[in-house]
Design a binder for this molecule. Structure first.
Ligand code: BG6
Length: 467
């Protein structure tokens, strides 16, 4: 095992719409996420994002808890609809102030703010130009990024562009980031997002030459279900589709031949202008951030094998079938969480290795973690030993990847404090800190330190040497 670097950024993550609540406070305008209850695909019987963990009104206390754990960094997203009021780009000063205060508070405790520009909560006013389907989207996104760079650029050293751009394409409907009214193909939307990302990178480099900026997709190794050559081919194809096309476009500046052939195979076309090609070629990131939860296992699917289900309603790793290419299957060698996500810490090492070998850029982990139905005991404790075990294994795997030669900047698992899952409510908890509320009973929102809180605090204090 290799030691973690001296200035390693230990911390954790959150996203605005899943954590802040206060959807109508402080001059915020609506986002696509505020309308979760109008979405056909949003499951019944679970809470939405109106109140969430009420971080908007608990932010000082929340930052103090992060400081108590010894965080060196905190990755959070800025809510676009809290900052910009309308399609003309008018700014909401209260929103600007909220994040300025938050950033100042983090810096007060020597916590490095790591800012995601856009994490799923598209402002509703974007519908006026046709939503993510519109080729205008990237310009509006660039203007919003400019406001962030102007206001926070002197204090924020690390920027992340768009959270899980690749998951917009795959599970966009279930997460709710792709409007049910959307007319474009998901690949056109993905392209529009790639252009928006490139414009933000280009602008960041121009306005903030000392800052660092990177993408934050969800990446995972893909395994072939057997050693049959056609299963290996399915693995290579899914690797491309799920991972590499999204990192190639940002790190290498173009879509590879595989992707162009794939679009023909599924009878889809995307419009790419010459100007966009130029921007994509000249907007390279400084590092790669990625979210890792699990690996994917696939086998070949013949062209007669059921119908195309790229419109996945499963999760990040399962439920995909592309006739002639492959389909996802369960990995019998792995255990799963209470919510059915396979747990694969060796896969984490493998994924880190693959990403580093391919792009040779420093890596930051911006999500990793276990969603579980934590139980508050009578003596007001949460004994989440399963979470400690999960982190132990994954952090050990990360240290082994460092020993393998992977250059790592930081680790910010999901999530700092409990928040609302994308589509499985507040009962699917991820935090080191418990928020005392249920799906529909908001109780007192009290913050309670879980056992994992004390474990992580100790690990950070020792810079991971006790792992
Ligand atoms: C990532 C997202 O996909 O996974 C987060 O970036 C999300 O927003 C996290 O919360 C866990 O997924 P879920 O569906 O359990 O909330």
């Amino acid at each position: 095992m290799k030691k973690f670097p001296k200035n390693f950024l230990w911390g954790a993550s959150s996203s605005a719409y899943q954590f802040e609540g206060a959807i109508n406070e402080g001059g915020k305008v609506p986002s696509i996420m505020d309308k979760f209850d109008e979405r056909k695909s949003y499951p019944k019987g679970i809470t939405g994002f109106k109140v969430a963990s009420d971080h908007y009104n608990h932010w000082k206390e929340d930052v103090a808890l992060m400081a108590e754990m010894g965080f060196k960094s905190y990755r959070f997203s800025i809510s676009w609809p809290r900052i910009i009021k309308n399609i003309k780009g008018d700014i909401n000063p209260e929103g600007i102030k909220f994040y300025r205060d938050l950033i100042d508070e983090l810096i007060k405790y020597n916590i490095e703010p790591i800012v995601t520009i856009f994490h799923f909560d598209t402002p509703s006013f974007i519908e006026e130009i046709g939503g993510l389907d519109s080729s205008e989207f990237s310009n509006i996104f660039e203007l919003y990024s400019k406001v962030l760079f102007e206001n926070y650029g002197s204090k924020v050293n690390y920027w992340l562009t768009i959270n899980e751009l690749n998951m917009f394409a795959f599970v966009g409907q279930i997460i709710g980031v792709i409007s049910e009214k959307s007319k474009s193909t998901k690949w056109q939307i993905m392209h529009n997002l790639n252009v928006a990302q490139a414009k933000a990178i280009r602008l960041c480099k121009k306005m903030l030459p000392n800052a660092k900026i990177g993408p934050a997709p969800n990446i995972s190794s893909v395994y072939a279900n057997s050693n049959k050559p056609q299963d290996h081919l399915a693995k290579l194809n899914f690797d491309q589709m799920r991972n590499w096309i999204f990192l190639d476009i940002v790190c290498r500046g173009e879509y590879g031949t595989w992707f162009k052939n794939f679009l023909k195979l599924i009878n889809e076309e995307i419009i790419i202008t010459n100007e966009e090609k130029e921007i994509l070629k000249n907007s390279k990131p400084d590092f790669i951030a990625f979210n890792y939860y699990s690996t994917m296992t696939v086998e070949y699917a013949s062209s007669k094998d059921s119908k195309n289900s790229l419109n996945n309603l499963g999760d990040q790793q399962s439920g995909f079938i592309i006739p002639g290419i492959g389909k996802t299957v369960k990995n019998k060698n792995l255990e799963a969480t209470q919510f059915g996500w396979e747990i694969d810490s060796i896969g984490f090492r493998n994924t880190l290795r693959e990403v580093y070998d391919r792009y040779q850029l420093p890596i930051m982990i911006t999500e990793n973690g276990i969603g579980a139905r934590d139980v508050l005991t009578d003596d007001k404790k949460i004994h989440d030993d399963y979470r400690i075990e999960y982190y132990q294994k994954h952090i050990r795997a990360m240290s082994e990847a460092i020993a393998d030669g992977v250059e790592m900047i930081g680790y910010m698992p999901w999530s700092a404090i409990d928040l609302v899952s994308t589509h499985e409510g507040i009962s699917k908890r991820y935090g080191f800190v418990y928020v005392n509320r249920d799906e529909f009973d908001e109780k007192d929102m009290r913050r309670i330190r879980k056992d994992s809180f004390f474990w992580y605090k100790d690990l950070i204090e020792k810079n991971g040497e006790n792992i």
